[in-house]
Design a protein around this ligand. Sequence first.
Ligand code: CA
Ligand code: CA
Ligand code: CA
Length: 400
Amino acid sequence: MKLKRFFSFLLFATVITAFTACDEDEDTSVPVDVTLNFTAPSDTITSFTWAEGKATFTDLNRGKEYELDLSQSSVITLSSGLYNITVEGAIASTSGEILCNVRSTKDNVQISAPSTSIALELSIYTPSNSLILKEIYVTGTANDKGTSSLYDKYFVIYNNSSETVYADGVALLESTFGTTEKYQYNDNPQPMTTTFTAAAIYVIPGNGTEHPLAPGEQLVLADQGYDFTQTKADAIDLSIADFEWYDETEKGMDPDIAEVPNLDKWYSYSATIWMPNNQANRAYAIARMGVSKDEFLANYYKEYHYTATNGKEMTKKGYDVPVAWVLDAVNLGNTGFERIATPAVLDRSYATTGIAGTDKTRFGRSFIRKVASSTGSYTVYQDTDDSANDFTFTTPSLKK
Ligand SMILES: [Ca+2]
Ligand SMILES: [Ca+2]
Ligand SMILES: [Ca+2]
């Protein structure tokens, strides 16, 4: 019986071949259910889910590409044939905590009817960090009395790669939660474990090619693009800033310096002006926003629920920025440190002032990334996603 069926199949196949030999455009492929089976990149990961991931199938005979969203399914229906497969994404624990970025490739895979199961070994990788936060000056220069600080705060975004990178559409973010807070978080997954939770979002404007940064070039993002040495001799001249974050208020609390272009304000938790926390107890990030402003504001808003230390049920508002969009993230802290405010895949430690949050000697000191190498044509800064190691807390680079 089996043999008979085999022969009739052979006969059928011969007829088809003979027929298609006359007509090369005829496609003999049949639909095949393809299942991907993944091996975790480490023995310590016993089970995982896809936080985000994409498998790309390149049909080598027909030159077509097919994509599968791994966060939705690991099964796809393709035409039989020969394929190259690439996989890239981030995996998470069953509770949703992002573990690592992974990828895998397999070439010349035969996909044949009735179904094909493909084993893929995942390996961990760190996406190349092109743009980095080179410097974070959130403490500000002390005022005359030394009781608080001026508005001469700034961030430096630097091209740490060997290629020209465009800064258009890159956002500066401040975390919703602090690194000196520890609450009972009542959401699942826990906030800060799967996304960068942002409470301030200011985006570099541009059409995509307006702000090229050659290797080693940088942009200064300032609170106010003003020469603060006019106010106090040891302050920073930020009239050289490339952008300023401007908050329009009825009372004009934030000056709009005409010569310095404004960042595009997407969101700030503050009803008035955004001041980066000068006790250094937040995380900061730069991210290439993956969707338009309207789409982001409509779809990425989040309310986070937690129980405060006094037992009160609390809600914080913010926006969930996907890990895949984040180019660089840095946790800052002081001696009151409790927890990092980012997924560990972005930054597994924190850069510290080494003193109490309210210690007035923090003013006038800046978080600056260590140099990894300065032997080439431009300086490469150290970015091991381990901010305790990667940063020093010292004199601002823009101080004259
Ligand atoms: Ca401002
Ligand atoms: Ca301005
Ligand atoms: Ca980094």
